[in-house]
Design a protein around this ligand. Structure first.
Ligand code: AMP
Length: 211
């Protein structure tokens, strides 16, 4: 398995880019946030455990997350190129991946975006209830207000995209996830991209890194 981690603050665009890359058919994309939201919708055990943490903007405990991702990766064929989006988010999570040769992380792409921009992106974000496609009320509005361009589903605001929860998620990110930068930097696996640039230019940069 060839694993690339997309690392960045909430709202840095890593999920949007990972979804687009997965649509090309060349990558398997795992978003732990999407996996948890699906588990909540389906009332699966892990979703029930995770919901209160997500709604408060806290991280779900490491043991739950590590088990979730290990199970998902165990289903993946050995020659697959994987993009992890939203995992790892803590040092113990990063160490758990590196513990096994089969899930060792090959490279990490860090999406850099200034914090004021992150708040605007997150609080204006809307996602399709049905297919998960992301939109933004200002920066990427759907053709018809409230309706997904792709599948016609309803656009909703995530409960954790309210301004208060967003500010908390960003402080959790600074305290718990940012230390991963030096973890991967010291292992020579870190590539930085400017996440605050034209989406097509960014995609071209990502394709170069992932080549
Ligand atoms: P995301 O869609 O990536 O912003 O994730 C939404 C929420 O799911 C986060 O705010 C966390 O509560 C939870 N979550 C997703 N991935 C992880 C992870 N790797 N570790 C802990 N919590 C996570």
């Amino acid at each position: 398995m060839d694993i690339t981690v997309f690392l960045g603050a909430p709202g840095s665009g890593k999920g949007t880019q990972a979804k687009r890359l997965a649509q090309s058919g060349r990558f398997a994309h795992f978003s732990t946030g999407d996996m948890l939201r699906l588990a909540i919708q389906r009332r699966i055990d892990v979703g029930i455990k995770a919901k209160a943490f997500i709604d408060r903007g806290e991280l779900v405990p490491d043991n739950i997350m590590i088990e979730l991702i290990e199970r998902a990766l165990a289903e993946v064929r050995g020659d697959t190129r994987v993009i992890l989006d939203g995992f790892p988010r803590t040092l113990p999570q990063a160490e758990a991946l590196d513990e096994k040769p089969s899930t060792t992380v090959g490279r990490v792409v860090y999406f850099e975006v200034p914090e004021p921009k992150l708040v605007l992106r997150l609080t204006g974000r809307r996602i399709c209830e049905k297919c998960g496609e992301p939109f933004h009320v200002e920066f990427q509005p759907p053709r018809k207000a409230g309706v997904c361009d792709k599948c016609g589903g309803n656009l909703i605001q995530r409960t954790d995209d309210s301004e208060e929860v967003v500010r908390h998620r960003l402080s959790v990110y600074r305290n718990q996830t940012l230390p991963l930068l030096s973890y991967y930097q010291s292992r020579n696996r870190l590539e930085r991209v400017d996440g605050d640039q034209d989406i097509e230019v960014l995609m071209a940069n990502l394709l170069k890194i992932l080549r």
